[in-house]
Design a protein around this ligand. Structure first.
Ligand code: KG4
Length: 340
Protein backbone atom coordinates (compact mmCIF):
# COMPACT_ATOMS: atom_id res chain seq x y z
CA UNK A 1 0.00 0.00 0.00
CA UNK A 2 1.22 3.51 -0.79
CA UNK A 3 2.45 5.80 1.99
CA UNK A 4 0.58 9.09 1.66
CA UNK A 5 1.92 11.87 3.88
CA UNK A 6 0.32 15.25 4.49
CA UNK A 7 2.92 17.91 5.37
CA UNK A 8 2.06 21.08 7.29
CA UNK A 9 4.35 24.10 7.54
CA UNK A 10 3.53 27.15 9.67
CA UNK A 11 6.84 28.25 11.21
CA UNK A 12 6.90 31.85 10.01
CA UNK A 13 4.66 33.78 7.60
CA UNK A 14 3.67 31.11 5.07
CA UNK A 15 0.87 28.63 5.71
CA UNK A 16 1.55 25.61 3.56
CA UNK A 17 0.23 22.07 3.12
CA UNK A 18 1.49 19.38 0.75
CA UNK A 19 0.72 15.78 -0.05
CA UNK A 20 3.31 13.23 -1.16
CA UNK A 21 2.76 9.62 -2.15
CA UNK A 22 5.80 7.33 -1.72
CA UNK A 23 8.05 10.40 -1.93
CA UNK A 24 6.35 11.84 -5.05
CA UNK A 25 4.73 15.24 -4.76
CA UNK A 26 0.98 15.35 -5.46
CA UNK A 27 0.27 18.91 -4.28
CA UNK A 28 1.96 21.83 -2.54
CA UNK A 29 -0.23 24.79 -1.55
CA UNK A 30 1.25 27.95 -0.02
CA UNK A 31 -0.67 30.93 1.37
CA UNK A 32 1.76 33.81 1.90
CA UNK A 33 0.77 36.51 4.35
CA UNK A 34 0.66 39.98 2.88
CA UNK A 35 -0.36 41.51 6.19
CA UNK A 36 3.31 42.06 7.22
CA UNK A 37 4.33 44.11 4.20
CA UNK A 38 3.27 47.43 5.77
CA UNK A 39 5.40 46.74 8.84
CA UNK A 40 8.65 45.95 6.99
CA UNK A 41 8.96 42.60 8.77
CA UNK A 42 6.97 39.69 10.15
CA UNK A 43 4.72 40.61 13.09
CA UNK A 44 4.45 37.37 15.12
CA UNK A 45 0.93 37.92 16.50
CA UNK A 46 -0.47 38.79 13.07
CA UNK A 47 1.27 35.73 11.62
CA UNK A 48 -0.40 33.38 14.13
CA UNK A 49 -3.83 34.86 13.39
CA UNK A 50 -3.33 34.55 9.65
CA UNK A 51 -2.25 30.91 10.07
CA UNK A 52 -5.49 30.25 11.97
CA UNK A 53 -7.50 31.70 9.10
CA UNK A 54 -5.49 29.92 6.40
CA UNK A 55 -4.85 26.46 7.72
CA UNK A 56 -8.23 24.81 7.01
CA UNK A 57 -8.59 26.09 3.42
CA UNK A 58 -4.90 25.41 2.66
CA UNK A 59 -5.06 21.80 3.88
CA UNK A 60 -8.39 21.24 2.05
CA UNK A 61 -6.93 22.59 -1.16
CA UNK A 62 -3.79 20.44 -0.84
CA UNK A 63 -5.91 17.31 -0.38
CA UNK A 64 -8.24 18.16 -3.24
CA UNK A 65 -5.39 19.06 -5.65
CA UNK A 66 -3.74 15.75 -4.76
CA UNK A 67 -7.00 13.90 -5.43
CA UNK A 68 -6.69 12.42 -1.94
CA UNK A 69 -9.31 12.03 0.76
CA UNK A 70 -8.26 12.68 4.35
CA UNK A 71 -9.12 9.03 5.04
CA UNK A 72 -6.40 7.94 2.54
CA UNK A 73 -3.61 9.58 4.57
CA UNK A 74 -0.96 7.40 6.22
CA UNK A 75 0.54 10.07 8.50
CA UNK A 76 0.74 13.82 9.09
CA UNK A 77 4.14 15.53 9.21
CA UNK A 78 4.34 19.01 10.74
CA UNK A 79 6.98 21.59 11.51
CA UNK A 80 7.68 21.49 15.24
CA UNK A 81 10.33 24.24 15.10
CA UNK A 82 12.43 26.30 15.01
CA UNK A 83 10.28 29.33 14.24
CA UNK A 84 7.72 31.67 15.75
CA UNK A 85 6.06 29.94 18.68
CA UNK A 86 2.51 31.19 18.04
CA UNK A 87 2.74 30.26 14.36
CA UNK A 88 4.16 26.81 15.11
CA UNK A 89 1.38 26.26 17.64
CA UNK A 90 -1.26 26.58 14.91
CA UNK A 91 0.30 23.91 12.64
CA UNK A 92 1.19 21.62 15.55
CA UNK A 93 -2.29 21.78 17.10
CA UNK A 94 -3.91 21.25 13.71
CA UNK A 95 -1.73 18.19 13.00
CA UNK A 96 -2.53 16.74 16.42
CA UNK A 97 -6.28 17.23 16.03
CA UNK A 98 -6.35 15.82 12.51
CA UNK A 99 -4.13 12.87 13.48
CA UNK A 100 -6.37 12.11 16.44
CA UNK A 101 -9.55 12.38 14.38
CA UNK A 102 -8.20 10.11 11.62
CA UNK A 103 -6.39 7.81 14.04
CA UNK A 104 -3.12 8.10 12.12
CA UNK A 105 0.39 8.97 13.40
CA UNK A 106 1.80 12.47 13.50
CA UNK A 107 5.48 13.08 12.82
CA UNK A 108 7.43 16.11 13.98
CA UNK A 109 9.89 17.70 11.56
CA UNK A 110 12.73 20.12 12.18
CA UNK A 111 12.18 23.01 9.78
CA UNK A 112 15.88 23.17 8.89
CA UNK A 113 15.95 19.49 8.04
CA UNK A 114 13.04 20.22 5.71
CA UNK A 115 15.10 22.86 3.87
CA UNK A 116 18.04 20.44 3.64
CA UNK A 117 15.87 17.68 2.15
CA UNK A 118 13.88 19.94 -0.22
CA UNK A 119 15.97 18.63 -3.12
CA UNK A 120 14.75 15.08 -2.43
CA UNK A 121 11.09 15.79 -3.27
CA UNK A 122 10.33 13.73 -6.38
CA UNK A 123 7.91 14.95 -9.03
CA UNK A 124 6.33 12.89 -11.78
CA UNK A 125 8.05 13.68 -15.07
CA UNK A 126 10.73 15.92 -13.51
CA UNK A 127 14.24 14.44 -13.37
CA UNK A 128 15.76 14.88 -9.91
CA UNK A 129 19.50 15.05 -9.25
CA UNK A 130 19.98 14.15 -5.62
CA UNK A 131 23.30 14.64 -3.82
CA UNK A 132 24.85 11.46 -2.51
CA UNK A 133 25.67 11.17 1.18
CA UNK A 134 27.52 12.66 2.88
CA UNK A 135 26.99 16.09 1.35
CA UNK A 136 27.44 19.66 2.57
CA UNK A 137 24.42 21.94 2.59
CA UNK A 138 24.75 25.70 2.80
CA UNK A 139 21.51 26.52 4.58
CA UNK A 140 20.69 30.18 4.21
CA UNK A 141 17.39 31.77 5.20
CA UNK A 142 15.84 34.65 7.12
CA UNK A 143 16.61 32.94 10.41
CA UNK A 144 19.65 30.77 9.72
CA UNK A 145 23.02 30.65 8.04
CA UNK A 146 24.67 27.30 8.51
CA UNK A 147 27.00 24.82 6.90
CA UNK A 148 25.58 21.39 7.56
CA UNK A 149 27.18 18.01 6.93
CA UNK A 150 24.35 15.68 5.97
CA UNK A 151 25.29 12.07 6.69
CA UNK A 152 21.94 10.56 5.69
CA UNK A 153 18.36 11.91 5.48
CA UNK A 154 17.94 11.77 9.25
CA UNK A 155 21.40 12.59 10.57
CA UNK A 156 23.29 15.80 10.15
CA UNK A 157 25.98 17.83 11.90
CA UNK A 158 26.18 21.62 11.97
CA UNK A 159 29.78 22.47 11.08
CA UNK A 160 29.36 26.24 11.27
CA UNK A 161 26.64 28.79 11.85
CA UNK A 162 26.05 32.47 12.34
CA UNK A 163 27.00 33.90 15.69
CA UNK A 164 24.59 36.85 15.22
CA UNK A 165 22.33 37.78 12.27
CA UNK A 166 21.35 35.39 9.49
CA UNK A 167 22.27 36.34 5.93
CA UNK A 168 18.57 36.72 4.99
CA UNK A 169 18.23 39.13 7.90
CA UNK A 170 21.15 41.16 6.51
CA UNK A 171 19.35 41.36 3.15
CA UNK A 172 16.03 42.27 4.79
CA UNK A 173 17.30 44.78 7.36
CA UNK A 174 19.61 46.57 4.92
CA UNK A 175 16.88 46.81 2.31
CA UNK A 176 14.58 48.35 4.90
CA UNK A 177 17.31 50.73 6.02
CA UNK A 178 17.95 51.84 2.42
CA UNK A 179 14.20 52.37 1.95
CA UNK A 180 13.99 49.69 -0.75
CA UNK A 181 11.21 47.60 0.78
CA UNK A 182 10.44 44.18 2.24
CA UNK A 183 11.37 41.37 1.91
CA UNK A 184 14.82 42.67 1.03
CA UNK A 185 16.37 39.56 -0.54
CA UNK A 186 14.42 39.49 -3.81
CA UNK A 187 14.52 43.32 -4.09
CA UNK A 188 18.30 43.55 -3.65
CA UNK A 189 18.75 40.54 -5.97
CA UNK A 190 16.76 42.31 -8.72
CA UNK A 191 18.53 45.66 -8.34
CA UNK A 192 21.95 43.97 -8.08
CA UNK A 193 21.46 42.40 -11.51
CA UNK A 194 21.70 45.89 -13.04
CA UNK A 195 24.63 47.12 -10.92
CA UNK A 196 28.43 46.95 -10.76
CA UNK A 197 29.47 44.57 -7.93
CA UNK A 198 33.02 45.92 -7.95
CA UNK A 199 32.16 49.58 -7.33
CA UNK A 200 31.99 49.64 -3.51
CA UNK A 201 33.53 47.43 -0.85
CA UNK A 202 32.40 46.59 2.66
CA UNK A 203 34.30 45.37 5.73
CA UNK A 204 34.43 41.58 6.00
CA UNK A 205 33.98 39.83 9.36
CA UNK A 206 36.84 37.91 10.93
CA UNK A 207 35.24 34.97 12.66
CA UNK A 208 37.29 31.86 13.41
CA UNK A 209 36.44 28.39 12.12
CA UNK A 210 33.38 27.80 9.97
CA UNK A 211 31.05 30.22 11.77
CA UNK A 212 29.52 33.28 10.17
CA UNK A 213 28.72 36.81 11.28
CA UNK A 214 26.52 39.24 9.36
CA UNK A 215 25.84 42.01 11.85
CA UNK A 216 29.11 43.89 11.15
CA UNK A 217 28.51 44.20 7.42
CA UNK A 218 25.05 45.55 8.18
CA UNK A 219 26.56 48.30 10.28
CA UNK A 220 29.22 48.91 7.63
CA UNK A 221 26.49 49.47 5.01
CA UNK A 222 24.55 51.71 7.39
CA UNK A 223 27.54 54.05 7.95
CA UNK A 224 28.46 53.95 4.27
CA UNK A 225 24.98 55.05 3.16
CA UNK A 226 24.64 57.64 5.93
CA UNK A 227 28.03 59.25 5.15
CA UNK A 228 27.38 59.42 1.42
CA UNK A 229 23.87 60.78 1.92
CA UNK A 230 25.21 63.65 4.02
CA UNK A 231 27.38 64.70 1.07
CA UNK A 232 24.75 64.03 -1.61
CA UNK A 233 21.04 63.56 -0.75
CA UNK A 234 20.50 61.89 -4.17
CA UNK A 235 23.31 59.37 -3.63
CA UNK A 236 21.07 56.44 -2.75
CA UNK A 237 18.61 57.06 -5.56
CA UNK A 238 21.34 57.45 -8.17
CA UNK A 239 23.48 54.52 -7.09
CA UNK A 240 21.13 51.91 -5.68
CA UNK A 241 21.92 49.26 -8.30
CA UNK A 242 25.68 49.49 -7.66
CA UNK A 243 25.19 49.55 -3.88
CA UNK A 244 22.98 46.45 -4.04
CA UNK A 245 25.35 44.63 -6.40
CA UNK A 246 28.38 45.41 -4.21
CA UNK A 247 26.55 44.55 -0.98
CA UNK A 248 25.20 41.30 -2.39
CA UNK A 249 28.66 40.34 -3.65
CA UNK A 250 30.10 40.99 -0.17
CA UNK A 251 27.48 38.71 1.42
CA UNK A 252 28.12 35.97 -1.15
CA UNK A 253 31.90 36.25 -0.63
CA UNK A 254 31.41 35.73 3.11
CA UNK A 255 29.19 32.68 2.51
CA UNK A 256 31.53 31.17 -0.06
CA UNK A 257 34.78 31.65 1.92
CA UNK A 258 33.54 29.37 4.70
CA UNK A 259 31.85 26.91 2.36
CA UNK A 260 35.09 26.44 0.43
CA UNK A 261 36.91 25.98 3.73
CA UNK A 262 34.35 23.37 4.89
CA UNK A 263 34.63 21.46 1.61
CA UNK A 264 38.41 21.49 1.90
CA UNK A 265 38.39 20.38 5.55
CA UNK A 266 35.91 17.53 5.06
CA UNK A 267 37.03 16.50 1.58
CA UNK A 268 33.35 16.50 0.53
CA UNK A 269 32.61 17.55 -3.03
CA UNK A 270 28.82 17.07 -3.00
CA UNK A 271 27.54 20.60 -2.32
CA UNK A 272 23.90 21.68 -2.00
CA UNK A 273 22.19 24.91 -0.98
CA UNK A 274 18.80 25.45 0.65
CA UNK A 275 16.61 28.01 2.38
CA UNK A 276 15.06 31.28 1.18
CA UNK A 277 18.36 32.94 0.26
CA UNK A 278 19.20 30.00 -2.05
CA UNK A 279 16.79 31.72 -4.48
CA UNK A 280 19.41 34.46 -4.89
CA UNK A 281 20.60 34.54 -8.49
CA UNK A 282 24.10 35.78 -7.58
CA UNK A 283 24.59 33.01 -5.02
CA UNK A 284 23.25 30.35 -7.40
CA UNK A 285 25.61 31.28 -10.21
CA UNK A 286 28.55 31.64 -7.83
CA UNK A 287 28.02 28.13 -6.37
CA UNK A 288 27.96 26.66 -9.87
CA UNK A 289 31.08 28.65 -10.85
CA UNK A 290 33.01 27.58 -7.74
CA UNK A 291 31.83 24.00 -8.31
CA UNK A 292 33.24 23.97 -11.83
CA UNK A 293 36.51 25.39 -10.56
CA UNK A 294 36.86 22.98 -7.63
CA UNK A 295 35.38 19.76 -9.06
CA UNK A 296 32.26 19.88 -6.86
CA UNK A 297 28.91 18.39 -7.84
CA UNK A 298 26.49 21.22 -7.03
CA UNK A 299 22.76 20.96 -6.32
CA UNK A 300 20.43 23.95 -6.48
CA UNK A 301 16.82 23.62 -5.31
CA UNK A 302 13.96 24.52 -7.64
CA UNK A 303 12.78 28.06 -6.87
CA UNK A 304 9.44 26.86 -5.48
CA UNK A 305 11.29 24.81 -2.85
CA UNK A 306 13.68 27.55 -1.71
CA UNK A 307 11.30 29.50 0.55
CA UNK A 308 9.09 27.92 3.20
CA UNK A 309 6.87 25.15 1.83
CA UNK A 310 5.21 22.01 3.14
CA UNK A 311 6.58 19.70 0.41
CA UNK A 312 9.95 19.72 2.18
CA UNK A 313 8.23 18.99 5.52
CA UNK A 314 6.30 16.11 3.98
CA UNK A 315 9.44 14.53 2.47
CA UNK A 316 11.37 14.88 5.73
CA UNK A 317 8.37 13.40 7.58
CA UNK A 318 8.32 10.53 5.08
CA UNK A 319 11.93 9.61 5.92
CA UNK A 320 11.11 9.71 9.64
CA UNK A 321 8.02 7.60 8.98
CA UNK A 322 10.05 4.97 7.10
CA UNK A 323 12.48 4.89 10.04
CA UNK A 324 9.55 4.01 12.32
CA UNK A 325 9.47 7.33 14.17
CA UNK A 326 6.14 8.54 15.59
CA UNK A 327 5.46 11.65 17.68
CA UNK A 328 3.31 11.54 20.83
CA UNK A 329 0.22 13.75 20.96
CA UNK A 330 1.55 15.73 23.94
CA UNK A 331 4.36 17.22 21.81
CA UNK A 332 4.90 20.99 22.13
CA UNK A 333 6.40 23.25 19.44
CA UNK A 334 9.86 24.74 20.03
CA UNK A 335 11.03 28.14 18.87
CA UNK A 336 14.78 27.50 18.94
CA UNK A 337 16.96 24.90 17.31
CA UNK A 338 18.72 24.26 20.62
CA UNK A 339 15.37 23.24 22.22
CA UNK A 340 14.94 20.24 19.92
O1 KG4 B 1 13.50 30.19 4.14
P1 KG4 B 1 12.68 31.43 4.21
O2 KG4 B 1 11.47 31.53 3.35
O3 KG4 B 1 12.17 31.73 5.67
C1 KG4 B 1 12.88 31.45 6.80
O4 KG4 B 1 13.69 32.30 7.19
O5 KG4 B 1 12.66 30.35 7.33
O6 KG4 B 1 13.68 32.63 3.90
C2 KG4 B 1 13.26 33.95 3.84
C3 KG4 B 1 14.47 34.78 3.53
C4 KG4 B 1 14.22 36.28 3.63
O7 KG4 B 1 15.25 36.85 4.40
C5 KG4 B 1 14.27 36.75 2.18
O8 KG4 B 1 14.74 38.07 2.03
C6 KG4 B 1 15.27 35.76 1.61
O9 KG4 B 1 14.92 34.52 2.20
N1 KG4 B 1 15.20 35.67 0.14
C7 KG4 B 1 16.20 36.06 -0.66
C8 KG4 B 1 15.74 35.91 -2.00
N2 KG4 B 1 14.47 35.42 -1.94
C9 KG4 B 1 14.15 35.27 -0.62
N3 KG4 B 1 17.42 36.53 -0.37
C10 KG4 B 1 18.22 36.86 -1.40
N4 KG4 B 1 17.85 36.77 -2.70
C11 KG4 B 1 16.63 36.29 -3.04
N5 KG4 B 1 16.29 36.18 -4.33
Amino acid sequence: MADIILGIESSCDDTSAAVIRDGFLLSNVIASQDVHRNFGGVVPELASRAHELNIVPVVSEALSKAGTAASDLTAIAFTRGPGLLGSLLVGTSFAKAMGLALDIPIIEVNHLQGHILAGFVKQEGVPVREPSFPFLCLLVSGGNSQIVKVNDPLHFEILGQTIDDAVGEAFDKCSKMMGLGYPGGPIIDRLAAAGDPGRFSFAKPRVPGLDYSFSGIKTSLLYFVRDRLTEDPQFMENNKEDICASFQKALIDILMDKLVKAARQTGIKEIAIGGGVSANSGLRSRIVQEGEKRGWNTYLPQFKFTTDNAAMIAIAGYYHYLAGERTPLDVAPVSRMSDF
